[in-house]
Design a binder for this molecule. Sequence first.
Ligand code: WTA
Length: 659
Amino acid sequence: MSEESEGELEARLPEGESFEPPESFVEQANVTDEAIYEEFEENWPDCWERAADLLDWEASYDQVLDDSDAPFYEWFVDGKLNASYNCLDRHVEDGRGDEVAIEWVGEPTEETRTYTYQELLDEVEEFAAALRDLGVEEDDVVTMYMPMIPELPVAMLACARIGAPHSVVFAGFSADALATRMNSAESEYLVTCDGYYRRGDPLDHKDKADEGLSGVEHGVDTVVVDRLGDELDHDLDDEQHDYDDLIDEHAGASVDPVTRDAEDMLFLMYTSGTTGKPKGVKHTTGGYLSYVSWTSHAVLDIKPEDTYWCSADIGWITGHSYIVYGPLALGTSTVMYEGTPDYPDKDRLWEIVEDYDVTQLYTAPTAIRAFMKWGEEYPAQHDLSSLRLLGTVGEPINPRAWKWYYKHIGDESCPVVDTWWQTETGGMMVTTLPGVNEMKPGSAGPPLPGISANVVDMSGDDVEPGEAGYLTVDKPWPGMLRTLYRNDERFIEEYWQEYSDEGTDEWVYFPEDGAKIDDDGYITVLGRVDDVINVSGHRLGTMEVESAIVGVEGVAEAAVVGGNHDIKGEAVYAYAITEDGYEGDDDLRERIVEGVEDAIGPIARPEEVIFSPELPKTRSGKIMRRLLEDIANGEELGNTSTLRNPEIVDDIAGKVGED
Ligand code: WTA
C-alpha cells in the first residue's frame, strides 16, 4: 500500500463520527443482543449450528467442523440436504406456496413477472426434468451465460435439485471468457438466451454464446431461452434446444430433490486472481447455504414478509448469495431487475422501491456515487418510506457517499451495513450487525460473530490501531471456498501460504486486501494488495487485461494498473509499447480496446491507453507499477532514482489525458 492511499483515507475519515442504529429498526431486528459475539466465541465452532438450524436437513450432521485435513476444512460432516428443497419445497409445504418468491422487473417498464413459491417450484421441477432428459447427471457442471432474467435462478435451482453444480458466467463477459470457463470446468451443458434489452435496444446474446461455443473443446448441449420473442430470431442447431419447448414437454413433471452430502459441490464461480487464468472457486451445499442464510438473517434482517432487493447481477457472487440462495432459503420475496439504474430515467430504482414497497436495498458504492452525481432530486420524487435497511458491498465506500445514502435514501432511519466479503468467502465476513452496533461511515465494522479476522503486518503480528496492514482470517467458517476446482495446490498457494505456519498446522486465510483497525475493533478495508483492480465493484486481474493487450497485433509489451475514478472507484489504465513498424495511433488504440472487450468484456475497457517507447523498470527489470499508478492518478512522483530508465517517466506522465 502506498503512503498516498493511506493519507487519502486518513483525510476522508473524520475521527469519531458514528451513528447509532435507529430505534425503530432495533425494535424489530432479527438480532439485537450484543452477547452474540461472546456466545459465538465461547462456543466456536458449535456456534455455527445456529446457521445450520435455519435449514431443513434430511439427515443431521455428526460433526460441525472437521479440521483434520486443514486447510481442506469440512463443515456439517455427513449432513444431508438439498438446496432447492430448502429454497422452495419447504416453504410450499409450510402453506406459503402463494407467496411471492421472485418479483422480476424487466427493463421495458411495462414488463414484469411475479413467481410465487409454487410457480417457481413447478418451473424448477420442469426444467430439472428437461436437464435430466438432455443427459445431465449428478456432479455434471452446467454453465449458465444469462442476463438478469428469471430463467437464470430457475436453471440454478433446477441444477441444485438434481445435484448438478452450476457455473454462472456473467452475461457481460466475452465469448472468449465463456469458452475459457467452459473448457476449464469441462462443462458439457450451457443455458443461455437469444438476447436482452440494454437502454431500450435489443442486444444479441446468442451470437456471443455461439462464438464462445466455437472455442469449446468438447461437445455441448445448449438450451436457449427466448427472452426477446419476435424481436430477435435465431436458428437452433441439433445440439441447441428451445427453453419453452423443453418446459412444455415436461409440463407438470415432478422431480424429487436428490439427497446431497453437506460437502457436495453446489456451484463453481470463476473469479480473477493475480495470474492470467481465472480461478474456479468451489462452494458446497451445507456450509454455503447455512452461511448465506445466516448472514441474510443477521445482517440483511430478512423476514419472510419482506420484499428485499439486491441490485447486483446474479452473474457475480453477490447475486448468487444475496439474490438467490440466502433470500429464497429464508422464504422472502426477492426482486430481480433486468435493466440499468438510469433507464428510462435516473429515478428508475426509486420508482421500483416505491412500486414494490421494497424493505431492504443492497447495492454497491459505485452506484451510490452515480446517484449522488445525478442529484438528490431523483430519489426525492418517490416515497421510499418502505425501506428499513440499506447495504453496500464490493468496494470501500467513502464516508461522503455513505452519508448521502443514509440521508437521501434511508431518511436517516435505516441502518447502513457496509459488508466486506469475497467470492471465496461465500458470504459476508466483516460488517456491523444492524440491530446491535453503531455505524462508522467508511469503516465496514467488526468481524461478524464467529469470524476471526485480524489486521496484521508482514510477519503476521497484529498492527496497532490506525496502522495499515493486511486483513487475515485465522479460523475457518462454513461459507468458505473448499478449494479451487481441480487445483488444490493453487488453492493453498493463493490463500494460505502467505500467513500460515504449516509446521504447527496454524492455517491463516489471506484475502489479499489491505486494511486497518481502530480501537473498537472496526475494520476499514483499503483495497486489494495483489494485481487485482476493482472497477465498479468488479474484480479484474491486471494480468488478464495485459495478456489481452499483448495479443493485439502491433503491441510488444503492456502494463495495466488501476487509477482512481470518481464513479467506478478504479478504472483501467493501460500502458503499451508498440512493436517496430507500428504507430501508437488511434487505430491501434481502438484495436487494443476491442482486444480487451473480446478477451474479457466491456467492464475491462481501458479508460486510457498510453503509448510509450519504454515502461519504467527497476534495475532488475521489474515494471514499477506503483509509479504507473501515480502517473494515472496525476500524483506527484516520488523518487525515481532506482529506475533503470528514469527519463521515461516524465515522457509518459505528459501523455496521460491526451487520448
Ligand atoms: C472488495 C464481492 C471494501 C475487496 C462480494 C474484496 C470490499 C473484493 C468490500 C471481493 C467492502 C468487497 N469494503 N472492499 N465492503 N466488499 N470488497 O470477489 O477488495 O467480487 O477482496 O466479491 O472486493 O470481490 P468479489
